[in-house]
Design a protein. Structure first.
Length: 173
């Protein structure tokens, strides 16, 4: 199963932090929805999923298989709760999916990367700069230096870009 990590980053490389004063870019939201529909699913962390629900965005994905990775056992109707990244992937594989879209947040991304479970990186770059922010895992032996292969790129409009990279040794690299 191909696993694609999808994230919105700022132009200076941080995770884009959204909130009431800084809503996510519409182009990024549309790209995520298109990627999720194409995969038929997405995997998300509990805090990120609860944020989606609070903003009213969770209902837009009713036809997709949604897996929430959480070490606890939250009561989240309509979604599968998995205790680990491998359990999330196993569930989607058993449901017949050939690809999994990993959508957030940073802690979950780093867990998948740290276990070598990511085949592609899909970065949507927002034309903003942020002084503080979360980052992708960069301090493990596995990823001290590893080349990634640019698979494609696309301008999404209003200065927003999508970059898609393959990780060497994966199905798509």
């Amino acid at each position: 199963m191909k696993t694609m990590l999808w994230a919105t980053l700022t132009a200076n490389g941080n995770y884009a932090q959204s909130g009431p004063d800084n809503p996510p870019k519409q182009e990024a939201l549309e790209d995520f929805a298109a990627q999720a529909r194409a995969a038929g699913n997405f995997i998300v962390g509990r805090r990120t999923f609860e944020g989606m629900l609070a903003s009213g965005g969770g209902g837009a994905f009713g036809e997709l298989d949604i897996v929430v990775v959480s070490s606890g056992n939250p009561d989240l109707p309509g979604v599968k709760v998995a205790a680990s990244p491998k359990e999330a992937l196993r569930y989607l594989r058993e449901r017949g999916h050939r690809a999994a879209l990993l959508s957030g947040g940073a802690e979950l991304h780093n867990a998948f990367l740290g276990q070598g479970l990511v085949d592609e990186l899909v970065f949507v770059i927002a034309p903003t700069l942020e002084g503080k922010g979360l980052r992708l895992l960069t301090d493990t032996d596995k990823y001290k230096h590893q080349e990634a292969r640019l698979l494609d790129f696309k301008a999404l409009g209003n200065g927003v870009l999508r970059l898609r990279y393959g990780i060497p040794g994966s199905e798509q690299a």
